[in-house]
Design a protein around this ligand. Structure first.
Ligand SMILES: Nc1nc2c(ncn2[C@@H]2O[C@H](COP(=O)(O)OP(=O)(O)O)[C@@H](O)[C@H]2O)c(=O)[nH]1
Ligand SMILES: [Mg+2]
Length: 274
């Protein structure tokens, strides 16, 4: 963790603009708390990735939230490439705005602005880089101990992108944040209780988007108890073991998989305080 942090800090010296990738479904929970201290005065572009899976209304509110905070924020989908076209333009503008005396000018033709992508694991850094680069060239060398300088990729719009994204860590000590990270798939399944996360997610959906579960799992009444909900879903899907016991673990797996794939709809777990 300290090593990744150091690597980010060192590489940050080489860039003019930081591209901070957040998960549009959890813009607050997918944010590294140290980012401000790490990047200092360096201009930062906030990218709300996986916006195809997020509630469009709330994505709009988050864009507004970040602009009030003084950041440019753009919603993108790195799978389809939607929203990516505007990124180089934003980077160029930020590079010019953030220009300091020791840096050559960007308005002229001295050199292209350089930027680095940072974000928590699984937020879509590699896909974002590859999609922006327009080819599958951005191979990420994750093996520690290999000292080589970062490679630069010239992307459309004449900006240079560091091929190595900076990995930041989410704040796992907060239970609510950990739940949101787990539900969206940012944390690997081995590190949390699958049934607990799926149950809590069902509870959240029951509160905010009950029709989505009713429709997906063909349930008229939604049990208030999360375990009963997983049982009801297991019953509908035929997840029954010998002896008639409903396999709630399988229900939990399916529910989480379908939620993450967007099959229940588009949801945003974090809400901005506007
Ligand atoms: N639906 C959707 N999935 C995405 C998007 N961006 C990344 N992903 C998926 O998220 C997972 C993690 O992406 P990856 O680029 O490896 O994340 P990294 O760990 O930050 O480099 C992969 O399964 C991607 O296909 C997006 O905009 N929309
Ligand atoms: Mg990656």
């Amino acid at each position: 963790m300290a090593k990744a942090r150091r690597l980010v800090k060192e590489n940050l010296k080489l860039v003019d603009v930081v591209i901070e990738i957040l998960d549009a479904r959890i813009p607050a929970s997918s944010r590294n708390q140290e980012i401000g201290g790490l990047t200092g005065q360096k201009p930062r572009l906030v990218v709300l990735n996986k916006s195809d899976l997020a509630d469009p209304l709330l994505t709009g509110q988050w864009e507004k939230y970040f602009s009030i905070e003084g950041y440019h924020a753009v919603a993108v989908n790195s799978l389809s490439g939607r929203g990516l076209k505007g990124v180089p333009g934003h980077v160029r503008r930020l590079a010019v705005e953030g220009k300091v005396e020791s840096r050559p000018s960007f308005g002229g033709r001295s050199r292209s602005p350089r930027c680095m992508v940072v974000g928590i694991p699984n937020v879509g850094k590699s896909l974002f880089i590859n999609k922006l680069a327009g080819r599958r060239a951005a191979r990420v060398e994750d093996r520690p101990g290999i000292t080589r300088g970062p490679q630069w990729i010239r992307v459309a719009g004449n900006i240079d992108l560091m091929d190595m994204p900076g990995i930041l860590w989410p704040k796992l000590d907060d239970q609510e944040v950990a739940f949101r990270l787990a539900a969206t798939g940012a944390i690997r399944e081995e590190v949390f209780d699958l049934i607990a996360v799926a149950g809590k997610l069902m509870k959240w959906l029951t509160e905010y988007y009950p029709a989505a579960i009713q429709k997906r799992y063909k349930l008229e009444d939604l049990p208030a108890d999360p375990l009963e909900m997983l049982e009801a879903i297991g019953m509908k899907r035929g997840f029954v073991r010998s002896g008639g016991v409903i396999d709630t673990f399988q229900s939990a797996q399916v529910v989480l998989k379908e939620f993450r794939e967007g099959r229940l709809g588009r949801f945003t777990l974090d809400r901005p305080e506007l």
